[in-house]
Write a protein that binds this ligand. Structure first.
Ligand code: MRU
Length: 332
């Protein structure tokens, strides 16, 4: 299985091979592959990789698939797409019980490929449902990276931008750099510049001033997990952007496929939030940027309450206003 090593961007574009489930686990853990939908696709492919070199004995293949799915589920806790994709892989393996080891392997490959292809189709549909929000001449702010690198093809939050561009509209995008790992600066800027979209990088702490100057008409962000009431976990800092947007009267839309909803959770309080290593904060730019021994708190995500979200753009349509009833109606 091959993937772009996103930790090296924008300096180097390198495609790496993952030959074992451990390689895939590591790639997800250290964010070589990242973004909720992309993590799901990678994990599904990871199960395929894990069974590849197992002899065609059915019991051995089923055991290897189950082991790999359990193991890959421990790589990162917040993006529900990971667990959604692995559940699909587990169910596929179980459905094939009795048809032989080779058939199980083939079905797993077909399922992982279907997950990837349906992700691409969902992203395109999100673009179609959200493009009308990107008006001619408007200013858009985005946080983190929810584009092609984070999903298949169009991405989620960037999909309406790519579609609006295809439709000939002109607009400007402000890109939060997204500390501590700079997904906005490194990845979103790289993507948007390659696409020829007018984009301007700002530090996270500049967003308030840029909004006050009237430069932002719309905020578009992705999601890692959305609870039944619409509370949304996304990259740390999204909640702050949502508070700023509300203060300045700017609508904030979340773009996410149905695989990012976790309807078992009543509210965002139940979403597990990943905490990452202190060095992501103390060694900001490849060198020490805080005193040795500094105490650090490093949550990778925060939860934006539904009341701050103007709408959720899904592949099945726009959820607006964001409440339990509308979520149920659109997803059903
Ligand atoms: O830690 P990351 O880089 O995986 O966080 C990614 C995000 O928060 C994205 O906004 C989210 O996964 C949506 S990607 C389409």
């Amino acid at each position: 299985m091959e993937l772009i090593d996103q930790t090296l961007l924008p300096g180097e574009f390198k495609v790496i091979s993952c030959r074992t489930a451990e390689d895939v686990w590591d790639a997800i853990k250290v964010l070589r592959v990242r973004g909720a939908p992309a993590i799901g696709v990678a994990a599904a492919m990871g199960v395929v990789v894990a069974v590849q070199n197992v002899p065609d004995d059915e019991k051995a293949v089923l055991e290897a698939a189950a082991r790999a799915a359990d193991y890959l589920a421990t790589s990162r806790p917040t993006a529900v797409n990971l667990f959604w994709a692995l559940d699909r892989m587990r169910r596929t393996a179980e459905r094939c019980r009795g048809s032989g080891g080779r058939a199980v392997k083939e079905a797993l490959l077909a399922e992982a490929t279907a997950i990837r292809d349906s992700d691409a189709a969902m992203c395109r549909a999100i673009g179609d449902h959200g493009q009308h929000l990107v008006k001619e001449g408007c200013g858009v702010l985005t946080h983190c990276n929810a584009g092609s690198l984070a999903a298949a093809e169009y991405g989620t939050a960037l999909a309406p931008l790519y579609r609006a561009q295809e439709l000939g509209r002109r607009f400007r995008v402000y890109v939060d750099e997204t500390r501590p790992l700079l997904q906005g600066a490194r990845l979103t800027m790289w993507e948007l510049m390659r696409a020829g979209i007018d984009c301007t990088l700002i530090c996270d702490n500049m967003a308030a001033a840029v909004m006050r100057q009237g430069k932002v008409d719309l905020v578009l962000v992705g999601a890692d997990r959305i609870a039944a009431n619409g509370d949304t976990a996304n990259k740390i800092g999204t909640y702050g952007v949502a508070v700023l947007a509300r203060h300045h009267g700017v609508p904030l839309y979340v773009a996410a496929p149905s695989s990012t909803f976790d309807l078992r959770l009543e509210s965002g309080d139940e979403i597990p939030i990943e905490e990452r290593g202190a060095e992501e904060v103390t060694h900001g730019f490849g060198r020490r940027t805080a005193p040795a021994g500094a105490k650090v708190y490093c949550p990778a995500f925060d939860v934006t309450p539904a009341e701050l979200i103007a709408g959720i753009i899904t592949e099945r349509g726009l959820i607006q206003p964001v409440d339990r009833e509308n979520i149920g109606r659109v997803l059903r």
